[in-house]
Design a protein around this ligand. Sequence first.
Ligand SMILES: Cc1ncc(COP(=O)(O)O)c(C=O)c1O
Length: 371
Amino acid sequence: MNVPLLDLVGQYRAVKDEVLPALQAVIESQQFIMGPAVAQLEAKVAELSHARHGVGCASGTDALLLPLKALNMKPGDEVITSPFTFFATAGAIHNAGGRPVFVDIDPATFNIDPAAVEAAITPRTRAIVPVHLYGQMAEMERLLLIAQRRGVKIIEDAAQAIGARRSIDGVWRMAGELGWVTGYSFFPSKNLGAWGDAGMMVTSDDATAERLRKLRLHGGAKQYHHEEVGLNSRLDTIQAAVLLAKLPHLADWSARRRAHAAYYGERLAGLSAVRVPAIGAGNEHIFHQYTLRVERRDALQAHLKAKGIGSAIYYPIPLHRQPCFAHLGYAAGSLPRSEQAALEVLSLPIFPELTQPQLDTVVDAIREFYR
Ligand SMILES: Cc1ncc(COP(=O)(O)O)c(C=O)c1O
């Protein structure tokens, strides 16, 4: 039995009767740019995030780039982030004129280590960009204390974590609730995926929301009047309509991912060569990815592939070791926990529509490999 890493066709079949009429309505209206679906989606995603404002944009990358641009960074200004993330996190820092400062991760959750963040703060630090990797939140309460004490902003990279939450002092706090601005990606493979590129920022800072709305429209609230130079980065109305139709399913899809994760966890327990994902204290994980740490990773991946089972390595090269950041001077071994993770991680199929026989196929293949 084949088990793909991701099967978007299954989800399409399940939702097409809801999504296609919504798409058709946009097409009939011909309001492709900033049509009503955009503001409706912005309101819903803001509400889900316990934030006052949603500001749609063209991608998750731009949802980080725009708030970083709003910092008006000067040469030498620094932004602290994790090297163990998708490239866009650090690419956006660079493209906004900042210098990425990479600090190591917590080896259990793969999220940024707040103690390492604190140690890396300098007078040039302007912001911290924690990434809620694989769908569980970073330790926001510790990061917030550091940010408040040092007068720097937090921009949450929640590209993989829409709907994730964390219990802090007994209160559920959503991804997107606590940072200054949060960026979401609706890349098709995400828990809430568009049918193309799309992204959104959320914030509870009224003035910042206003600024971001301008920055996504070439820096002007009024057509042909530009207070500053921004981007052309709007959330396409067609994509907003797709996302609005899919949003009511998000909680159920993430719950199914959690159930699959629990099943993998049970069935893989006891294999000494495999470490199943750790859920940080207080976190409710949305399992955008289900990522193991394993021995003989590349051989296991080849074994799974031979059996028709998809898997992926997120991420094989930590960003501090990417050629484009060589000038930043991070030697091999400088962030050892991230480098070790890059050698050991393997993500398994975790999409909501996975069937019981498919889950068992994956588990059996892994157990067979380590027998
Ligand atoms: C952690 C992280 N940050 C940023 C992004 C960028 O999002 P997008 O691909 O929508 O530009 C992604 C996803 O692709 C991501 O996983």
